[in-house]
Ligand binder design. Structure first.
Ligand SMILES: [Zn+2]
Length: 379
């Protein structure tokens, strides 16, 4: 993830801080600090323990306590992510890193297609950890309330532990909402995936996730809750991205380039005039051709290359004047179609010549791949 720095490693997993995290801690400290009387009343009510406010109420202390609660909360979020990661790793999934960002943590995993059997325990591990942390904080809040005899010190500790208890239990409950790609949504997807193909399950879970995102967004706008609006935004975008990623990878998982490429490659010679290429595009409806010189692939010419010339020059130009030369990106017929799609997306190209033993044997285009996707989807 860009804009993040590594702060250490735990169980061999790199832990990173995203730049937004550094902004959110002062913000949280300020929000928590400025609402301190409200939250002290609330915690007193829930725990039925009187809280001494001598220290809590003086000077900058509310904001210092705000910073402590915020940092500890993010530590709890980190433990939550760690729980997901360790269960994943125990099931053979490689963990690249855990990054703490504005609204929580993200564990980056090496995984193209989720296995429902692994996903269920992996997804549920995080919320259960939050519940556990909530219960521990709850017990600590009570213990210090009764054990520590200095009321101002006891007051500070009950406040901090009580606050963390409530936040962790909220985290537990919120994460279990079936709003894919949040944890509850992953549980739902795993449950659905036992009953239908993975991409269908993901699509349904992602549609439900988007519905939740819209509801969160509306609530966020009406309650002026900036954080809820950001969460809604991330859920909406994340649900869509993951659904299309899973659909593509699932449907194309066993398909090779050789199976779907066009074998009749229409190529052009470097000396062909551009007007001839344009005529060829009209008649064949292909918008790009490999350029072959005495049997060797020396370049590619596409409509985009021709667009770069002006009408007057075009009359006098040949293929070799405008074609894209080095490096020519090619792919082997045994490569997977998902790999071809990845290269096309990364290089922003629409077609790749398929080459075997130095000879061009076919061509694969983005349109071909999308057509295969559509055909596969009807089964
Ligand atoms: Zn989680």
């Amino acid at each position: 993830m860009n804009g993040s720095l590594e702060i250490g490693r735990i169980f061999g997993i790199p832990v990173r801080l995203h730049i937004t995290f550094l902004l959110v801690i002062p913000l949280f400290a300020w929000i928590i600090g400025s609402q301190i009387n409200l939250t002290v009343d609330f915690i007193e009510g829930i725990f039925a323990i009187p809280i001494d406010r001598t220290i809590i109420d003086s000077g900058f202390v509310p904001y210092i306590l705000g910073a402590i609660v915020a940092l500890t909360l993010f530590f709890c979020v980190f433990v939550h992510e760690l729980a997901h990661s360790l269960i994943a790793r125990a099931n053979g999934i490689q963990i690249n890193s855990i990054t703490l960002i504005i609204f929580g943590g993200v564990a980056s995993m090496e995984e193209t297609l989720p296995d429902p059997k692994v996903e269920l325990p992996m997804a549920i591990a995080g919320p259960l950890t939050s519940l556990g942390l909530g219960i521990i904080s709850w017990i600590l809040a009570y213990s210090v309330g009764f054990l520590i005899q200095t009321p101002p010190v006891a007051g500070v500790l009950v406040y901090c532990f009580g606050y963390l208890a409530i936040l962790n239990i909220l985290l537990f409950a919120f994460n279990l909402l079936p709003a894919f790609p949040m944890d509850g949504g992953r549980v739902l997807r795993a449950w659905l995936a036992k009953r239908m193909p993975l991409h269908r399950a993901t699509r349904i879970a992602s549609d439900i996730g988007k519905g939740f995102a819209i509801i969160f967004g509306i609530i966020g706008i009406f309650t002026f809750s900036f954080i809820l609006i950001i969460i809604a935004f991330f859920i909406y975008i994340g649900a869509g991205q993951e659904s299309s990623m899973v659909t593509t990878n699932f449907l194309l998982q066993d398909v090779t380039v050789g199976e779907i490429m066009s074998r009749e490659v229409m190529s052009v010679e470097p000396a062909l005039p551009l007007t001839g290429v344009i005529r060829l595009m009209y008649t064949t409806k292909h918008l790009g051709f490999p350029v072959i010189d005495r049997g060797d692939l020396i370049g590619i010419i596409t409509l985009a290359d021709i667009h770069k010339t002006n009408d007057i020059d075009r009359e006098a130009m040949q293929v070799r004047d405008v074609m894209s030369r080095q490096p020519i990106i090619t792919i082997s017929p045994s490569a997977s179609v998902t790999e071809a799609l990845r290269i096309m997306t990364m290089q922003n190209i629409g077609r790749i010549p398929v080459v075997e033993d130095g000879r061009i044997v076919g061509i694969v285009t983005r349109t071909d791949i999308l057509t295969v996707l559509e055909l596969k989807d009807i089964n």
